[in-house]
Write a protein that binds this ligand. Structure first.
Ligand code: GLU
Length: 521
């Protein structure tokens, strides 16, 4: 039996769409699970959609995700790799190189001519104006736009040769057999069948000498010995054309698996309008690789057998993934689930890793850039992160809800007042906090000590008892303290905040608060 070989065949047309990332992931999982080869091929023959820099972006995403491949373009020079002809700084490794289609143009031209010679394709010299008019007429008659085979029926051998000799622009079209039924067994969708009368005579080679997607895709899947084509459902309508091409060449047809569409929560097709669709956007927002991979794996697949498992490591996914459990119906992209998964992964990160992953996000923040060196120190940031870790949905939120850790604080003195305590009580409360904190040395400045000593001083009535609206509860001490340390209505507990700020900054903020209470009188 042939070695199982899969490929991903992205086009460098901008960012990496979540749907394309899912295709990459499923191919990678399938390859790993089955000990198959995983090939990366770049389909860059549609020059109108080409976006400068996006090939490199694509390769970076593959690298970021950790999808290893021995064949295809890469950003580092590997043993036996060559620099790409068309892209500087890109190298290609593997026996079937080049893996970039714009570097294989002569091949497609040769195969297109072969199809003409064998009678499966024909030259078309129709000018764009004629084709445009034809389309309009068909549209007016409410017919599907289809080429009318003018050149197949009316242009003689002699005329063809004359046109070719005089460099008359031409395309090569596939001669779709009439009234046939194309059937194939899709590994996800089951039996698919389509009437050839619904298929247009597909252009295979364009007038600029570039192949269309269909020709290049089939030629390369054949030459690269691909056994399983796993791709998005949007390519399903193309598959009958591909099958016809395989038949015309007399080549073995690979197995196909078409992955379900990605949908917005309202079940419309996932679109940019409803939120980000680029993997790069999620990376930039501080979603962790593990969370993105876990989330995307579940967009159209679960391990079955009534499984309710939601958290999967890459190793587990490799072990459990199979095409049989890929769903036929569309998969809803639920951002809340991604947020939840991401927060679960963030909670599990060792502090060092959380710190390392967060640095680039801190660096982007105005409040961080303008903070003192001490507040930019590793030790300080790790304390902030210790407090925030369980509350973060993504890493771009670091510090965002607790800017008071970095900046001087401004607040209205009335914020200090807990319920209806009097001015005198408020001053006394702050003084009490000060005396408790002054009694804790720098060395003993731990969360546990702060909590123990402050709670002791606060007494044991609960802080936020709904029925408690007058002085006398924990809130008398803890609210003014917390407000003085943060200047905010809401924040983590005063013990946590005081711990992060450190002894001298915490006391400084309390002295400032006391000063404010003098103005109250
Ligand atoms: N170039 C196509 C894409 O951008 C590949 C489709 C396929 O896998 O055949 O997704």
């Amino acid at each position: 039996m042939n070695k199982i070989r899969v490929r991903i065949a992205p086009s460098p047309t901008g960012y990496v769409h979540i749907g394309n990332f899912r295709t990459m992931l499923y191919n990678y999982l399938f390859a790993q699970k089955n000990g198959a080869d995983f090939v990366v091929r770049i389909e860059d023959t549609d020059r109108k959609r080409f976006v400068e820099g996006s090939l490199e972006g694509l390769l970076k995403v593959l690298d970021w995700a950790g999808f290893k491949y021995a064949e295809g373009p890469c950003l580092e020079k590997r043993a036996g790799s060559f620099e790409s002809k068309n892209y500087t700084g890109v190298f290609e490794a593997g026996v079937f190189q080049p893996y970039i289609q714009s570097e294989r143009l002569e091949l497609y031209q040769k195969y297109a001519r072969e199809l003409v010679a064998s009678g499966h394709a024909y030259y078309c010299f129709c000018e764009p104006e004629r084709l445009g008019k034809l389309k309009e007429e068909q549209r007016a008659k409410k017919q599907a736009p289809m080429y009318d085979r003018f050149c197949l029926q009316n242009v003689s051998e002699g005329e063809i040769n004359k046109n070719l000799k005089s460099n008359c622009p031409f395309t090569i079209r596939l001669k779709i057999p009439t009234d046939e039924k194309i059937e194939f067994a899709d590994l996800v969708r089951g039996k698919v069948s389509i009437e050839t009368s619904n298929i247009d005579d597909q252009v295979l080679l364009k007038s600029d000498g570039f192949p269309t997607y269909h020709l290049a895709n089939v030629v390369d899947d054949h030459l690269m010995e691909i056994t399983h084509v796993i791709r998005g459902e949007e390519w399903l309508p193309s598959t009958p054309k591909h099958i016809l091409l395989y038949q015309a060449f007399g080549w073995e047809i690979p197995k196909f698996a078409h992955l379900p569409l990605l949908l917005n929560p309202d079940r419309s097709k996932l679109s940019k309008r409803q939120g980000d669709v680029a993997v790069e956007d999620y990376i930039a927002k501080g979603y962790l690789k593990e969370a993105i991979i876990n989330f995307v794996a579940l967009l159209g697949w679960n391990p079955g057998e009534g499984s309710t498992q939601e958290i999967f490591s890459l190793e587990e996914l490799i072990k459990k993934f199979d095409l049989e459990h890929v769903h036929k119906g569309g998969a809803v992209f639920d951002l809340q689930k991604l947020d939840w998964l991401n927060s679960e992964y963030i909670k599990k990160l060792p502090l060092n890793e959380l710190y390392e992953n967060s640095m680039e996000f801190f660096a982007q923040k105005y409040f961080y850039q303008n903070a003192s060196e001490e507040k930019k120190s590793e030790e300080y940031l790790k304390k902030v992160l210790t407090i925030e870790q369980d509350r973060l949905k993504n890493l771009s939120e670091v510090g965002e809800h607790n800017k008071f850790f970095f900046t001087d604080i401004k607040y209205d003195k009335e914020l200090l007042r807990w319920k209806k305590i009097t001015d005198k009580e408020l001053t006394a409360s702050l003084e009490k906090s000060i005396s408790v904190l002054e009694n804790i040395s720098d060395d003993d400045w731990t969360r546990e000590n702060l909590e123990k000593n402050l709670l002791q001083a606060a007494g044991d009535k609960p802080a936020r008892n709904a029925t408690h609206s007058v002085a006398g509860g924990r809130g008398d001490l803890l609210w003014p303290l917390r407000a003085a340390l943060t200047g905010e209505q809401k924040s983590p507990s005063p013990f946590e905040v005081a711990w992060v700020l450190g002894r001298s900054e915490a006391l400084k903020r309390l002295y400032l608060a006391i000063k404010k209470t003098f103005d109250l009188k």
